[in-house]
Design a protein around this ligand. Sequence first.
Ligand code: ADP
Length: 461
Amino acid sequence: MIARLNTLLDWFIPVRFRSSVSDVTVVRNFVLLHFLGPLMGQAVMAFLWLNLPVAGWQFWVTEICVSSFFLVPIILRKSGSMELAAMVSVQMLVGLSLFGSFWFGGISSPLLPWFLIAMVLCFFYLAEAIRNALIGIALQLTLFTIARLVTGEFPQLLDHEQLLLPNVFSIIAALAYMTMMCLFYETVMRVSLRLEQATINQRERVEELRGAMAKAEQASRRKSIFLAKMNHELRTPLNAIIGFTEMLKEEWQDRGEDARKSQDLDRIHAAGRHLLALVNNVIDLSSIESSRMDLSVEEVDLRSLAHDVIATASPLAQKRHNQLVLNMPEEITPLELDALKVRQSLLNLLSNAAKFTTKGVIMLTVIRTTDADGDWLSLEVTDNGIGMRPDGLRRIFKTFSQAEDDTATHYGGSGLGLALTKRFAEMMGGTIVVRSEFGVGTSFTIRVPAIEAQIDQRSAA
Ligand code: ADP
């Protein structure tokens, strides 16, 4: 019921008032008061109708005025101006009250209490145009006083006894009207207090966020310093360990030292390389996240890049007796690419395939494709290894995540390679997708925009 009434009232609310709760409350109450007010006025008019010996022109003018208050909400909707609608309402009510009082009972008229309602309406709704409103009211009061002075006394269209009942009714109606306005005022106050509280809370949140931002910026600065140090302090000694191990191994082989010692050196060498790869991955990922890594695009001959990658991955594939196959067209035009990132991404995918496949076939397919979005270079690595379950597939592109809980125990690894490969693909404006079936095999496809290398016109000439 209330919802339906609100829907009806809201039809009269101009669009510009609908976005704020307190505006809607104010305007909705204004419309409601302009439906209830004329209804109460009609009851007083009914008393007059019943008690007047003849309903003369004075009665009909008053009646038309009372009924015309129903038009105020329409004025509001059509003009979109609350000030105009309120001004019309206040001036009409003052005029009606003075005109009615003049003809029907003077200062004991049942229409006189409406003057008070007009004043309250004026202060509630015309606070910003109070000067003009008061000038209008003063003018009307002056006319009323002049009319009274000219006529000498108020016309006696009704007896004083006849006015008693309508007077009581009019005063009760005016009181009810005022009470509604007070309740409405209280609602508006409550809404604005709530808004004020929300603003204070919001301000506190902004302060908190500002503090958190400052802390985050400081942490990011520290991270950058840490990364710069890591880069130097970790890579330098690791490269030295790897280099010296290689030199020692050659020396011992020349001296004919026993094979056991050489095996120990191989272990140190492998561990060093593993650690270096890990440090490189961590640094690369952090650099991407702090936007300190850029693309370095150059003209890339895809055939030699693919052969180079296959040659590097071959020993890994052979470790588990896998066959490594390259599948690419005879002719493939050079493209503008970041060769290092493409190479590193393919090596990540191929070394994973080699790690998770035994006595199988690993295939690298390099092709150009075209769709509605443009030209693409598609790099696909498929294997018929252990595959992954759907649950694992959802995890693998997150940092330090592996498909199964026991992957690290059986196969080693840190869960960084795919996270990095995905970031590289995105940096190049591309994507990486995976399809896999547990126990059957896996296929990763990197797709990056294929931008053909520009032929240098000057050197061609
Ligand atoms: P890592 O191999 O060092 O653990 P990656 O980010 O390269 O880290 O891979 C994350 C996980 O994805 C692997 O641990 C493995 O569980 C799964 N995975 C990746 N490639 C394959 C594949 N070819 N076959 C089966 N599982 C794979």
